[in-house]
Design a protein around this ligand. Structure first.
Ligand SMILES: [Mn+2]
Length: 347
């Protein structure tokens, strides 16, 4: 509680604030950052959102998007560094360890600012002076809402723009209110956000139904040509090469959600997406409720995340990585599916 009081003190008077989030921000990362920014501006703070990379264009509608600085944009990097150096408070949203800032991490690490971490991932690293953290929260946007409303008592400062940002993060991190993390609390908060003016129909249209033709064709290609299904191991995965991405002129965000097609297959318990990027193989794991993929990602693929949605990296080639994955599933069937067997036996 002492930390909370100190935090309240810190933001009681106008300060220079930087808000940042993880590399390749998703709707929860950007929505929590811009939702919080728009609120803090109303409190009289000077606030800059700096993202470690670019993010999908289907998020560009959020209020404040125009002023976001992309750290990888060389023409603005100097300005970003100056903002970080001058910051009195830095908010780190939707990530639990500084390495997710990639090339930005040393600047934040070396900063003398008061660091606040708001997050819902497992195993937060100790890098902040104040941490508002819960793995029970479906989204960081849910925690930002609770911090503003329950801890700071500022519900009256929330408006339709802020509500739109926060709604977007909760909607996507619950997979459109379908994942097991879609709790009563999630519905209660989204109901409040709609009352505050969040336009839920508009937001789902903007996020889910703004595909480019290229992206749709890419998804069709991936499903027909790049999907591997192993019913015995109860896994399905995509392996997407650099060449594939180039062929379909893939933009940031185009592979988002692809992994869910693999998980949607009847009988599949673990799905994965392996994408060949400039700096190695990026991996997304998804699993059905009973199976945990975060520990698996952490132990074998230098990653982590949530129980049913995690990520990782690999420095091997694309085919070596998928071979390693299949072998690991074979070797760890007992640990991964043990609980599942018990559940099946009971039924
Ligand atoms: Mn999140």
């Amino acid at each position: 509680m002492q930390a909370l009081e100190l935090f309240k003190n810190k933001i009681a008077s106008p300060a220079k604030i930087v808000i940042t989030t993880h590399h390749k921000p998703d709707a929860d990362a950007l929505g929590s950052s811009l939702g919080l920014k728009n609120y803090l501006i109303k409190k009289g703070h000077e606030v800059t959102v700096i993202t470690p990379s670019d993010y999908p264009s289907f998020l560009h509608w959020m209020k404040g998007n125009e002023e976001v600085i992309n750290f990888e944009d060389k023409s603005h990097q100097k300005e970003a560094i100056q903002k970080i150096e001058a910051a009195e408070i830095i908010f780190c949203l939707d990530f639990s360890c500084l390495s997710r800032l990639q090339s930005m991490q040393d600047h934040v690490k070396n900063s003398s600012a008061y660091i606040v971490n708001i997050d819902h991932h497992q195993d937060p690293k100790d890098f902040s002076q104040f941490s508002y953290w819960s793995t029970d929260a479906a989204a960081t946007c849910e925690l930002v809402y609770e911090l503003i409303v329950d801890e700071l008592g500022d519900k009256d400062l929330l408006d339709a723009d802020i509500a739109d940002c926060l709604y977007a993060g909760i909607m996507t991190d619950t997979g459109g209110f379908r994942h097991p993390n879609t709790t009563k609390n999630v519905h209660l908060i989204t109901a409040e956000l709609i009352e505050l003016g969040a336009d839920n129909t508009k937001i789902s249209k903007l996020i889910y139904d703004t595909n480019s033709v290229n992206r749709l064709k890419f998804i069709g290609f991936a499903i027909s040509r790049r999907l591997v299904i192993n019913q015995d191991l109860r896994i399905a995965y995509f392996a997407i090469s650099k060449k594939d991405l180039k062929k379909y002129a893939s933009q940031t965000g185009d592979t988002e959600g692809l992994v869910n097609y693999a998980l949607s297959i009847d009988g599949i318990k673990i799905a994965a997406l392996f994408t060949e990027r400039e700096d190695g193989i990026k991996i997304s794991f998804r699993s059905v409720e009973e199976v945990a993929v975060n520990k698996f990602a952490q132990e074998h693929f230098n990653g982590g995340g949530h129980k049913n949605a995690s990520g990782g990296k690999s420095d091997l080639t694309l085919s070596e990585t998928t071979e390693k994955f299949e072998q690991l599933i074979k070797d760890n069937t007992n640990t991964l599916y043990n609980q599942l067997e018990l559940i099946h036996e009971k039924n």
